[in-house]
Design a protein around this ligand. Structure first.
Ligand SMILES: [Zn+2]
Length: 114
């Protein structure tokens, strides 16, 4: 049987079976050690080449902003297009919902023979 190592007290049991009061900073430290030892929590795309580490998703560099002809207070055009697309999807759902309501309403009226 493999020897267990409690994150709290280093004893031969799991953390959930530990009889001693919990020392959270100790537990966090041991968890981190365990994760780095077993290569957990390391993203595969961070482990090797760091060519694109200066890039942040969704953030435009000054160079790109200049290339797109954007002013300092201006968002790129695709953001506005996204907004328009989402608005039209919202309208579509609303009209769909309203037309169903009207359909059900007229159906109910016809059933009760008004
Ligand atoms: Zn323990």
């Amino acid at each position: 049987m493999p020897r267990l190592s409690c994150f709290n007290c280093n004893g031969n049991h799991n953390l959930r079976d530990c009889p001693l009061p919990r020392n959270q900073s100790n537990i966090n430290k041991k968890r981190k050690e365990f994760a780095s030892k077993h290569n957990m929590g390391v993203r595969y795309h961070l482990s090797e080449d760091q060519r694109f580490s200066h890039m942040v998703p969704g953030q435009l560099s000054q160079k790109l902003r200049k290339a797109l002809g954007l002013k300092d207070n201006q968002l790129p055009r695709h953001i506005y297009r996204y907004d328009i697309i989402m608005q039209s999807i919202g309208k579509m759902f609303l009209y769909n919902y309203l037309s169903r309501c009207i359909y059900i309403y007229t159906f109910l009226l016809s059933v009760i023979n008004f």
